[in-house]
Design a protein around this ligand. Structure first.
Ligand code: ADP
Ligand code: MG
Length: 716
């Protein structure tokens, strides 16, 4: 749990905050919020301007909040029409339209009742009057006048878990207000006085209070910069301390021997020539492995650039030196697929490998764990099951993380802790701009595969719409006749999740029974047991299925060279990097490959009357699709993606839980990142153990929030 404010923690504290209660406390807990201070770290999504009804016209197109008494109400003449209530705040009156069951509304809104109302001010040119588009309302209760003293009132994102508890935006505002009011008293500082003054930052508590209740718009930015600096600083501090401790005391393994198996694999079993880029990175990694300090290296290479085989060759070196290797994948399907590929190579060289995943039967699992412990298993392929406590290696010397962007910093540290300072190689298809890599992978050295294997032909990418559907189907049929195979990817699993999206399940039915009744179709999606998914993918791999209908479970890593067509339905729903990854599933062999993006021309607008969903469809969808049809260069795509979506989302940082970038915005905070990094490294240089009294606030905050990484990097 992230303790944002160095406070002594009380379990389930949140439960006792006014307005919470057991149900909501549970929902908060699911979001990782258990203590009052956790709520301080929920960053406002927007601010409402506090105003009066008479002043409203000065705030056109803004979100404002007013409070006043209901002086009249009109029930709708027809069902499904809104109830109209008239509110007066002493300066003027305004009409609000309230949707929902009129019978219920009639009892809910009583004349004379005091309400807080949030809405957007618009101007109706036809009727020539100011209109108040209602977003949320809340009956006035004790303490609300205190909240309304502030000129700007925060509103927060309501995520799914919370929505289930019927919480509305203004309820959440009030809850967080109460938390701040009653629990922020002894929030301590997290930086030293000198760091603050040097970087023009607020005190931590000030920054928090002003983030939620700013006195002005400038306040918001100053407070944000402070909190962002703090977040970035502590991330960099982890990196700085880690680097320092590795330099100072950690002795790694020197893999002195090369042995004959790497060369034998390349000569006798590959069936293709390594690219120059592959040879170069193997050399770089090998040189690093020979060093006695532990390797921490990132291997970056676009989808299909051939990272797996590089990893295999490096593993062989480690094995030749008598060590075990671990290969960690983000999903069970990918682990299974990689295991088959790896095992194929390793068996030929007489190397024993096992696979370890979450879903294995107990008896099998016990056997596998035993093989790992006794060293019988030389290579362990698996999911994050590998880093569970029960897994014990005899002599882990080399650890690989595939698709690093799907893992967090802590998982990498945990894998490393399975051996005695093993060399670690993390692999990713996501190219990272330098400043960002400082933040996300600050302690890594980098190797890049900047060349695709020669046998590849550029994938042809096209954008198609509903009216082209029959042509697309005909094209698929013709290609299948030629012996090719097709993926069709849908954004979600079934209709119940979101009403008007195509679903894999439903369309599988239609496609297999009607459109392609004469062809063999398969279906995979995330709700199926992974063994079943794996069976289907295997059948596809062996040509027993012509068209594989799927959700994004096939997004990363799957390698089936004979599949040459990727159809992505509702393409506008996907992020750029995701589209690039999906497209990367084809173009893996010598045949011409195609990627067809099926897009909708009609834009949907979320119903925003009562809740914010946090997702809005904008024109960025079109830009995304255009970029993807114009280039297959992963670097360009990643850059554009980051610009369009912001880096937090881009790296999945927001979901990772380990890095809460609530205030930092990596796309505009480059300068702040540099400053935070410099400050952190200076501090560690000056005080490597954080023992100086003036660094107490830093040390305390660090211990409280990064304890896990502490034990791993041995700082006392
Ligand atoms: P990624 O970098 O996306 O993980 P993979 O390692 O899965 O890519 O490799 C993609 C495909 O390319 C695999 O089928 C692999 O066998 C093949 N491959 C790898 N290196 C070469 C090469 N030098 N020449 C031809 N094919 C290669
Ligand atoms: Mg891969």
């Amino acid at each position: 749990m992230y303790n944002y404010n160095n406070l002594p923690v009380k379990k389930h504290e949140i439960l006792y905050i006014k307005g919470v209660g057991p149900k909501r406390a549970e929902a908060f807990a699911k979001l990782g919020l258990e203590y009052a201070s956790d709520l301080f770290a929920v960053y406002p999504r927007d601010y409402l301007t506090r105003t009066t009804i008479r002043e409203m016209d000065n705030h056109r197109d803004q979100n404002v909040i007013i409070s006043g008494k209901i002086i009249d109400k009109y029930l709708p003449k027809r069902p499904n029409h809104p109830t109209r209530i008239i509110i007066n705040d002493g300066t003027a009156s305004i009409e609000c339209l309230i949707w929902g069951n009129a019978f219920y509304r009639q009892k809910q809104f009583m004349e004379g009742d005091q309400y807080m109302v949030w809405g957007k001010v618009t101007y109706n040119f036809f009727e020539r009057k100011v209109q108040f588009d209602l977003r949320d309302h809340k009956k006035f209760e004790a303490g609300d006048d205190e909240l309304l003293k502030y000129p700007l009132i925060p509103v927060y994102i309501l995520s799914g878990e919370l929505k289930k508890t019927w919480i509305k935006p203004l309820n959440l505002t009030k809850i967080i207000f109460n938390a701040l009011k009653n629990h922020s008293g002894d929030v301590k500082d997290v930086l030293t006085e000198s760091i603050r003054s040097k970087n023009n930052l607020l005190e931590h508590k000030q920054a928090l209070l002003r983030t939620h209740y700013p006195h002005s718009v400038d306040d918001i930015e100053h407070a944000r910069q402070t909190l962002a600096f703090e977040e970035l600083f502590f991330l960099q501090l982890v990196t700085a301390l880690k680097k320092k401790s590795i330099e100072q005391e950690e002795k790694g393994i020197s893999f002195d021997k090369t042995g004959e198996s790497p060369a034998r694999l390349v000569k006798e079993h590959l069936g293709f020539e390594l690219t120059e880029a592959q040879k170069r990175v193997i050399k770089e990694i090998h040189a690093d492995m020979k060093q006695s300090r532990p390797m921490n290296r990132l291997l970056q290479g676009d989808v299909g650039s051939g990272k797996t085989i590089v990893a295999v060759i490096c593993m062989l070196i480690a094995i030749e030196n008598g060590y075990q290797c671990a290969f960690m994948c983000p999903t069970e399907i990918l682990a299974e697929q990689h295991y088959k590929t790896l095992k194929d190579y390793l068996d030929k060289l007489g190397i024993r490998s096992v696979i370890l995943t979450g879903g294995q039967k107990k008896k099998l699992r016990t056997e596998i764990l035993d093989d790992i412990k006794t060293g019988k298993a030389q290579v362990v392929v698996g999911t994050h099951a590998i880093i569970q406590e029960t897994v014990e290696f005899k002599k882990l010397g080399f650890a690989i993380i595939d698709e690093q962007h799907k893992f967090g910093v802590m998982q990498r540290a945990k894998l490393r802790a399975k051996g005695l300072n093993p060399d670690v190689l993390v692999m990713t298809a996501t190219p990272i701009p330098r400043t960002l890599s400082l933040t996300v992978y600050g302690d890594l050295d980098v190797s890049v595969i900047d060349e695709l294997p020669k046998n590849r032909r550029a994938i042809k990418t096209g954008l198609r719409y509903e009216e082209n559907r029959q042509d697309v189907y005909k094209f698929l049929r013709d290609e299948v006749k030629k012996g090719r195979q097709v993926y069709i990817v849908y954004p979600i699993i079934d209709e119940s999740e979101k009403l008007d999206l195509k679903s894999a399940v439903k369309h599988y039915e239609i496609l297999s029974k009607e459109v392609f009744a004469d062809l063999k179709l398969g279906l995979v999606h995330g709700r199926l047991p992974w063994q079943e998914i794996d069976e289907t993918i295997e059948a596809f791999k062996h040509g027993k299925i012509d068209i594989l209908v799927s959700t994004t479970v096939i997004e990363v890593g799957i390698d089936i060279p004979n599949a040459t067509i990727m159809v992505i339905e509702e393409a506008q729903r996907f992020g750029l990097s995701q589209l690039h990854q999906l497209r990367g599933r084809v173009g893996r062999g010598a045949e011409q490959s195609y990627c067809i993006l099926m897009a909708n021309k009609i834009k949907r607008k979320e119903d925003e009357r009562f809740v914010f969903t946090g997702e809005q469809e904008t024109t960025t969808a079109d830009e995304r699709l255009k970029v993807i049809t114009e280039t297959t260069d992963g670097f360009k795509i990643a850059e554009t993606d980051m610009k369009l979506r912001g880096p937090g989302e881009f790296f999945g940082i927001r979901q990772s839980g380990e890095l809460k970038f609530s205030a930092a915005d990596l796309s505009k905070d480059m300068l702040l990142i540099e400053k935070a990094r410099e400050t952190a490294f200076e501090l560690v240089e000056d005080d490597p153990q954080l023992r100086k009294p003036e660094n107490d606030p830093v040390r305390e905050h660090f211990l409280m929030n990064y304890k896990d990484s502490m034990s791993l990097i041995k700082i006392a």
